[in-house]
Design a binder for this molecule. Structure first.
Ligand code: B12
Length: 210
């Protein structure tokens, strides 16, 4: 098992597309849980990339290459994570907040939620609060979920909470992303926070059943 995680991690860390494709396929064939392939394998590789970027050991082109490698693996895993239409447990609007183009974490969250039987409306990156509200109204959603990867775009999460309040407070707002925290979510009056995509599923299950 550990060997699988190591190879998946290494494939992302070294932006080795071919190795990543092969290792992901092997993990799928071995019926590894998708959440573990993401959290213990691919996601760990992305963590190393972030660290090396912080330490100026690698630069944006390498980060882009690692991101593309990870995105390809997510695409391979997506079909395994789509709950049947009958399993729909409710609708969530998910996007990366205004000013922020980071999408990988959001895409992992979308995939996990779909796997758990939710309908997810992915409104993409750089989505402003109005886009969240419009998508929620059009799709009869219960939850707005916003991802922010930069300290500078955390404020856009506050904008979503405020816009929702001004609009009648029809939706629950939950947030995540590396700089986000429970304290931040409490401060802005959000309804929930979770650190990972897997724990987000538990959070959504709880909010949907309340
Ligand atoms: C990959 C990456 C990129 C890629 C993004 C590719 C893509 N398609 O997404 C590219 C190269 C394009 C990029 C661009 C930029 N980046 Co960048 N990037 C990263 C990097 C290395 C990894 C992020 C990532 O994908 N992690 C892997 C995923 C799986 O993890 P995650 O996103 O945290 O998501 C998990 C959880 O947080 C949670 N989660 C995520 N969202 C949500 C939402 C909800 C509701 C919930 C509940 C949970 C949840 O679940 C996920 C899975 O468990 C980080 C470094 C880091 N340490 O984070 C920098 C980083 C985020 N980037 C940074 C910067 C500065 C930029 C740029 C401005 C660089 C530039 N000079 O141009 C631009 C952004 C421009 C913009 N307007 O957005 C900074 C931000 C600094 C800050 N201010 O806070 C970081 C921290 C690097 C650094 N130390 O400088 N980047």
């Amino acid at each position: 098992m550990k060997r699988f995680w190591r190879i998946l991690k290494k494939a992302v860390e070294t932006w080795n597309f071919a190795l990543c494709k092969e290792a992901t396929q092997k993990a799928i064939d071995a019926k590894m849980p998708v959440s573990e392939i993401m959290d213990k394998g691919l996601g760990k590789g992305m963590e190393t990339i972030g660290q090396r970027f912080n330490d100026a050991e690698i630069f944006l082109p390498q980060v882009v290459a690692a991101s593309k490698t990870m995105e390809m693996a997510i695409k391979m895993l997506e079909p395994l994570m789509t709950g049947g239409a009958t399993a729909m447990k409710g609708t969530i609007v998910m996007g990366t907040v205004e000013g922020d183009i980071h999408e990988i974490g959001k895409n992992v969250c979308c995939a996990m939620l779909r796997g758990a039987g939710y309908k997810v409306i992915d409104i993409g990156p750089d989505a402003d609060s109005q886009k969240f509200l419009d998508a929620a109204e059009e799709n009869d959603a219960k939850i707005l979920a916003g991802s922010a990867l930069m300290t500078t775009t955390l404020e856009s999460q506050r904008d979503i909470v405020n816009a929702n309040k001004d609009d009648g407070g029809n939706y629950l707002c939950i947030f995540g992303g590396a700089p986000c925290s429970q304290e931040w979510c409490d401060e802005i009056g959000a309804d929930g926070y979770s650190e990972t995509a897997s724990s987000m599923v538990d959070l959504v299950n709880k909010l949907m059943s309340d």
